[in-house]
Write a protein that binds this ligand. Structure first.
Ligand SMILES: NC(=O)c1ccc[n+]([C@@H]2O[C@H](COP(=O)([O-])OP(=O)(O)OC[C@H]3O[C@@H](n4cnc5c(N)ncnc54)[C@H](O)[C@@H]3O)[C@@H](O)[C@H]2O)c1
Ligand SMILES: [Zn+2]
Ligand SMILES: [Zn+2]
Length: 362
């Protein structure tokens, strides 16, 4: 099967013909229909999230089940599915405590006795990213990395729910409680930020202020529910937010993942407000923050991982939102591309020229 392989950091992915194993007990073989390109894939390529090459990236997929391993009862061939990186074990304190997205086993992969799920034609193992590796014609995943979805949901739009939509929408719906009428800032209007923006709209936020360095994104943000837009490259975006909100916003979602924008997000948060860190800052970097600002103004900062999801519960709901017209996904897809165009896709993402790009397979 054809796959895009990361052979080294900061180098173009290479299209190669790989072997994929048969499903072991508890595993499912999926024919990939579509895979969104998420900034976290780019962060891995750039070394900000360490993953060992050779590795197949891609973690925002939808597809159709081709075969199931022994003991798999939740899926049958022909089922339409979405894959999610937050695989869960079902028995640890996080799973049983209602926060399965924090399950520490999620990146465990196959046990030692089994061969690698992915390998070269010559038999050399290839690292699988997050039990998915969706920049490939097929995926071999634990059943607990997948959720079955309605057959009438188009798979290209379903793929967005695999990461970006679940992350952004879930940050607004699950990680924090946004009261109706609260003021919200969305910092960064990629697939993740535009989904957080829609979450703010769905819960009935008051002002929804969208900020990006690419002003072409503002008409899209307004169509999706933004009440105000700020060009981060013109003037001081912190002062602009303070002016619009009378001193700072109730909730600020940082959806970029850079040190200066995390600092801006905290500064834009008003007294008693909450900063939600959704963007992933490269692991090697630290962010200086004024602690007294937090104490004296009782600001809160929280991280939000994968939209604090319970994806078997959340994703079918998000699909209903889409099919009912409450969640807009068509507008978020800037282009549908072929696997061979994946490196061009990353170039466009680096330049901020796209909202979401989806790799579509035949
Ligand atoms: N928390 C999680 O579980 C989780 C999951 C998925 C992705 N992420 C992270 O979320 C972030 C966003 O992902 P994405 O796929 O939407 O990215 P993206 O590249 O599509 O979007 C980022 C946006 O930020 C804008 N931007 C960049 N620098 C800016 C600046 N200085 N000021 C204002 N705007 C600026 C870009 O123009 C772009 O619109 C990334 O850090 C990604 O790794 C986190
Ligand atoms: Zn992602
Ligand atoms: Zn667990």
């Amino acid at each position: 099967m054809k796959a895009a392989v990361m052979r080294a950091n900061n180098a173009p992915l290479e299209i190669e013909d790989l072997e994929i194993d048969d499903p072991a007990p508890g595993e499912v073989l999926v024919k990939t229909a579509a895979s969104g390109i998420c900034h976290s894939d780019l962060t891995v390529i750039e070394g900000g999230l360490p993953m060992p090459p050779p590795c197949v990236l891609g973690h925002e997929p939808a597809g159709i089940v081709e075969a199931v391993g022994e003991g798999v009862t939740d899926f049958s061939p022909g089922d339409h599915v979405i894959g999610c990186i937050t695989s869960w074990c079902g028995v640890c304190k996080f799973c049983t405590g209602g926060r399965p997205y924090l399950c520490p086993t999620q990146f465990a992969g196959r046990s030692g006795e089994l061969k690698s799920r992915l390998s070269t034609k010559g038999g050399d193992p290839i690292f699988q990213f997050a039990n998915l590796s969706s920049f490939a014609e097929k995926m071999l995943s634990p059943e607990r990395s997948l959720v079955k979805i309605r057959d009438d949901m188009p798979l290209d739009r379903a793929s967005l729910i695999g990461c970006g939509v679940t992350t952004g929408l879930g940050a607004a719906l699950n990680t924090v409680n946004i009261p109706a009428g609260a003021s919200v800032v969305i910092l960064g209007l990629g697939g993740v930020g535009l989904s957080a923006l829609q979450g703010a709209r769905i819960v009935g936020a008051g002002k929804i202020i969208a900020i990006d360095a690419q002003p072409w994104k503002f008409s899209l943000a307004q169509n999706l529910g933004a009440t105000d837009c700020i060009n981060a490259k013109e003037g001081d975006p912190i002062a602009a937010v303070q002016e619009l909100t009378g001193g700072g916003a109730d909730f600020v979602f940082e959806c970029i993942g850079l040190v200066p924008t995390v600092q801006q997000a905290v500064a834009m948060t008003g007294r008693g407000g909450t900063t939600v860190l959704v963007g992933v800052v490269p692991m090697s970097e630290l962010v200086p923050i004024s602690a007294s600002d937090l104490t004296l103004q009782e600001k809160k900062i929280t991280g939000s991982y994968m939209g604090s999801n319970r994806f078997r519960f959340d994703m079918p709901k998000y699909i209903d939102f889409y099919l009912d017209g409450r969640l807009h996904l068509d507008e978020m897809i800037s282009s549908r591309i072929k696997l061979e165009e994946v490196n061009d896709g990353f170039d466009l993402m680096r330049k901020g020229e796209v909202a979401r790009q989806v790799i579509v397979f035949d």
